[in-house]
Design a protein around this ligand. Structure first.
Ligand SMILES: Nc1ncnc2c1ncn2[C@@H]1O[C@H](COP(=O)(O)OP(=O)(O)O)[C@@H](O)[C@H]1O
Ligand SMILES: [Mg+2]
Length: 543
């Protein structure tokens, strides 16, 4: 756990210099503040002890100068302090996002997109903010506390002893409470995670809930959770927070009051001056802030650890080194391949040579029999449970996927459209000649649509399923793979478009020697496949 924390912290090493500037500026601010307090004390003592009624020009200038410097120091240090978590957050989530997109498909399957999203947008943000600010708070507030205590002792050591005894008691109490609060913070954290899951469950399935009229069921379930679990933990947390605030009140209100009463007594017996009483009053009012802040860091240290544990999934190195790059795809074979989802068998000891073969292959099978899963295995999105998938006679697990994906591409059942122009959706920022683009646009029956919409950002809501499907195909065709897997490529197309697309696709693939494997129920696309395989009960057989 500590290791995760350290590794994640390394990602924020660039923030160190900002932390140092910020700490220095804050300590500078404190220094000026204390210089001002001492200067005012001197002035008041001169007024009260020496009975001089007027302020000298020198005094006035010093105090004014200190006030101006203090204002500048406050602004500067506060600006740096507020800027720090913003910088840290942006550096950190930028890095995390980059790492995430480098991960293989197994990573996304294992954790799920919504969890990954929530980790990036919530946990990573909180983590980076805490991690950047905490050391600064500790450094700055410890120095402030130390200076404050030294100054109080120097002003009047007997009174200082009484004050420090009071402060120490409060400090011990806050330390104890911080621990409790940290524990409940973590519990609230977990319960909120559960709440997020419940909310997403309802939101993602709201249509089913609506048509089956289960709105009340789901909202009652959710409200039950809120009242019974989340609220109970939150109320306990609130209890400890209130105790904490009570101690805080003792420090902010009672302690300065106490110091004034005792101070005035000391004035009456001539061991203190009015100026000193005022100094001690001001300093004791200042004391609570460092104590509160240091305790708060103590509280969120546990949260930081918990967050680093959750964020550790981004540290998993799931791409093994020493994978073999292939120059070109020479063969793809299934050897005794078995695969199942828990107890649902998808493939059972399948042997098949997929590539090379001059023919386009059609894969048929009932819905849910595992056709899409078969493609996922060929793309190495899932790993086989038994047997081997061999690429150029090597186990696919040992192959560098980047080199494999140069020759083997896949158009998923669900079209993928990015929030970008049609042109960029097809090229994905690679260079292709307009001629090549026009060719795939023609194959995919997108010519008219392309002419009008080439540079407009695709509106994800208004684009039709069929258009999206054809854009997804065009994007892949442009890359001319040796082997192309199409999962129900024409399912959303009307008959005429489907016929035209199938025949143009056939011509295009034969021209560029692209071998197709197609999952489809549609006659048009079936007709361009020379071989037909049926997947049934885990067996893949020629028809
Ligand atoms: N990630 C998964 N986890 C568990 N079961 C899954 C997963 N993906 C698919 N399945 C199940 O595996 C079976 C085959 O799915 P799929 O390959 O999509 O079928 P097809 O494409 O033939 O319709 C289905 O019953 C589906 O519910
Ligand atoms: Mg499918």
């Amino acid at each position: 756990m500590l290791n995760n924390y350290k590794q994640l912290k390394i990602m924020l090493k660039d923030i160190k210099k900002y932390q140092i500037y910020t700490s220095i500026s804050l300590v500078f601010y404190t220094g000026i503040l204390y210089a001002l307090i001492i200067q005012i004390q001197r002035f008041i003592d001169r007024l009260t002890v020496n009975n001089v009624k007027s302020i000298t020009i020198d005094e006035l200038i010093t105090i004014l100068a200190l006030l101006i410097i203090l204002s500048i120091a406050t602004f500067l240090s506060q600006y740096l302090f507020n800027r720090l978590p913003i910088k840290a957050k942006n550096i950190f989530i930028g890095k995390i996002y980059k790492e995430t997109l480098k991960k293989s498909n197994l990573f996304f399957d294992k954790h799920g997109e919504s969890k990954i999203y929530s980790l990036i947008s919530n946990d990573a943000v909180t983590f980076s903010q805490m991690i950047s600010v905490n050391p600064v708070v500790i450094a700055y507030q410890s120095i402030t506390l130390l200076l404050c205590v030294i100054l109080i002792i120097c002003t009047q050591w007997i009174l200082a002893l009484i004050i420090l005894f009071f402060v120490s008691c409060c400090f011990i109490f806050t330390a104890f409470l911080s621990k409790k609060i940290a524990k409940y913070n973590n519990q609230v954290f977990s319960e909120k995670e559960e709440m997020t899951k419940q909310i997403l469950d309802g939101l993602e399935n709201h249509r089913v809930i609506e048509i089956l009229k289960k709105n009340i069921l789901f909202s009652d379930k959710f409200n039950g959770f809120l009242l019974n679990k989340l609220q109970k933990v939150e109320l306990k947390q609130a209890g400890f927070n209130s105790q904490y605030m009570t101690i805080y009140m003792l420090l902010t209100v009672v302690l300065p009051f106490l110091s004034v009463v005792l101070g005035l007594y000391f004035v009456s017996i001539n061991i203190m001056t009015i100026g000193q009483v005022l100094t001690i009053y001001t300093l004791t009012s200042q004391l609570q802030e460092p104590i509160r802040q240091i305790a708060a860091v103590r509280t969120n240290r546990d949260s930081v650890m918990k967050l680093s544990e959750r964020l550790s999934i981004f540290l998993d190195n799931d791409h093994m080194p020493n994978k073999k790059k292939i120059d070109e795809l020479k063969s793809l074979d299934f050897e005794n391949v078995s695969f199942s989802y828990e107890d649902l068998t998808i493939l059972n000891n399948v042997n098949m040579s997929i590539y090379p073969s001059s023919n386009h292959i059609l894969i048929e099978g009932e819905s849910g029999c595992g056709k899409s899963t078969l493609f996922n295995l060929m793309m190495n999105f899932n790993s086989v449970l038994g047997g081997h998938i061999k690429v150029n006679n090597l186990d696919i697990e040992k192959i560098d996927m980047n080199s494999y994906y140069k020759d083997v591409l896949y158009v998923e059942q669900k079209p993928v459209i990015f929030k970008d122009s049609l042109y960029n959706n097809i090229t994905l920022y690679d260079d292709f000649s307009q001629e090549m683009i026009n060719e795939v646009i023609d194959v995919c029956q997108l010519s008219d649509f392309y002419l009008i919409n080439k540079d407009t950002i695709i509106d994800l809501k208004s684009i039709s399923g069929g258009q999206a499907q054809r854009i997804s195909i065009a994007r892949i065709l442009l890359r001319k793979p040796k082997l192309l897997l199409l999962d129900e490529p024409t399912s959303a197309l009307d008959e005429k478009t489907s016929i035209n697309l199938s025949s143009a696709l056939n011509t295009y693939c034969n021209k560029y020697k692209i071998k197709l494997i197609v999952i489809s129920h549609k006659k048009d696309i079936m007709s361009i496949c020379e071989e037909r395989l049926v997947l049934k009960n885990g067996e893949l057989k020629y028809d």
